[in-house]
Design a binder for this molecule. Structure first.
Ligand SMILES: [Zn+2]
Length: 134
């Protein structure tokens, strides 16, 4: 006796007439252009914020994570969906990747560049011990 695998195991897109198959078809029709759209959006945001032109070929895209990454004069920027952030390693050990709070204007970018320092939980500087000399 053979076990027949039915529609529950078939790819969702191969179930015509369902609402999800229609949505998947719409996504598939536009999916090829998504990396290019993501590169264009990040380049536009960086131009508006920094005045620097970033060629779209220099922008890495991970379409499955909807993430585009570019370096501008050594500063790494990430656009994840519509949220732009600065990406830095841990300020203590220099490893890892941490995304800043959303960069929505030049003031927030200035904060991320000049003040923000990300740390791994174990790398964060501890507060000085309380003064117990009393
Ligand atoms: Zn660290």
């Amino acid at each position: 006796m053979s076990i027949q695998r039915q529609s529950a195991l078939a790819p969702l897109a191969e179930q015509p007439g369902t609402w999800w198959a229609a949505i998947i078809a719409e996504y598939t029709a536009t999916a090829d252009g998504i990396p290019q759209q993501m590169r264009r959006r990040l380049a536009q945001r960086l131009l508006a914020l920094t005045g620097r032109v970033v060629v779209e070929q220099a922008i890495a895209v991970d379409a499955s994570r909807r993430q585009a990454i570019a370096k501008v004069d050594g500063v790494m920027f990430q656009l994840c969906d519509e949220e732009l952030s600065v990406v830095r390693p841990c300020a203590h050990c220099g490893t890892g990747r941490f995304a800043s709070a959303a960069i929505t204007n030049r003031v927030r970018l200035g904060y991320a560049l000049a003040v923000w320092e990300p740390y791994h939980p174990d790398c964060a500087p501890s507060d000085p011990p309380d003064d117990v000399s009393w």
